[in-house]
Write a protein that binds this ligand. Structure first.
Ligand code: ADP
Ligand code: MG
Length: 247
């Protein structure tokens, strides 16, 4: 397999903050239709890696290719248009709008709230809203004001808002933080479904959850990759137990 066959190819990536290498010559490849989980101790550089891929942070050196296009000098909004979606830890939804409206305004045709609400809600948009709402377990909540949803449902809604843009790479930073056991189960189902037709990167700490969803696990430590492979292999790795799982 050549490097051009990967959805995402990160090579020799480095970022320094005042001389401290938060990401240190990191190389990582993600396949199409793959759900990759990144784990590792606090401060390992997991969130920084997502910041670099989405364009929030600029690297000091190295390359990030998405579908074989170099991203490192590309503006954040252009990466979004290219198909990269990123969910941050705190949900940013419009609390006063309904579930339907939140999804509707996220349809790529309308970029601002005002513009999208004025935008005539065509059949195509309605169709996509319904299908995404079903995916995120909110199919029967379309008229509910978003502010009234549970914490977990708000997280799903934000995932849905990203799905409206049909991203080919979706990145989620600790998506189940604060969720109930039932919501965690439903989120696992949701992630397994939405990685079909795209690549998904999830940062997570809950090992039971990781076991359920990961195709492959990457363990980060001090800005580098400590181990990578199937969950069983990574879990049995002495170095991983030493720096992370044993704690
Ligand atoms: P993780 O998500 O694995 O817990 P982070 O990526 O948030 O780790 O942080 C990795 C390291 O980089 C930490 O030591 C953090 O303090 C540092 N760091 C992250 N972002 C910045 C920044 N913008 N400026 C300075 N240091 C940063
Ligand atoms: Mg983090």
């Amino acid at each position: 397999m050549s490097n051009t066959d990967f959805a995402l190819a990160v090579e020799d990536l480095t970022v320094s903050f005042d001389g401290f290498k938060a990401i240190d010559s990191l190389t990582l490849y993600i396949d199409r239709d793959e759900l990759r989980v990144i784990i590792g101790p606090n401060g390992a550089g997991k969130t920084t890696l997502l910041d670099l891929i989405c364009g929030k942070t600029k690297p000091s050196a190295g390359s990030i290719k998405f579908k074989n296009t170099e991203l490192t000098k590309m503006a954040e909004y252009r990466r979004v248009r290219l198909g990269i979606g990123r969910k941050f830890q705190t949900p940013s939804i419009y609390e006063n709008l309904s579930v339907f409206q939140n999804l509707e305004v996220s349809f790529p045709a309308g970029r601002s709230v005002m513009g999208a609400l004025a935008f005539k809600c065509g059949d195509e948009v309605r169709e996509r809203v319904r299908s995404v709402a079903a995916d995120i377990h909110l199919g029967d909540r379309l008229d509910t004001e978003a502010g009234l949803l549970s914490h977990g449902q708000k997280q799903w809604l934000e995932i849905g808002m990203l799905l409206m843009q049909e991203p080919e790479l979706l990145m989620l930073d600790e998506p189940i933080a604060g969720m109930s056991a039932r919501e965690r189960e439903l989120t696992a189902d949701l992630l397994q479904r939405i990685c079909q037709g795209r690549s998904v990167i999830v940062i997570e700490h809950d090992m039971e959850f990781v076991k359920r969803i990961a195709h492959k696990v990457t363990v980060m430590h001090q800005g580098k990759i400590l181990a990578e492979g199937p969950m069983e292999q990574v879990q049995a790795d002495e170095r991983v137990i030493d720096v992370y799982l044993g704690h």
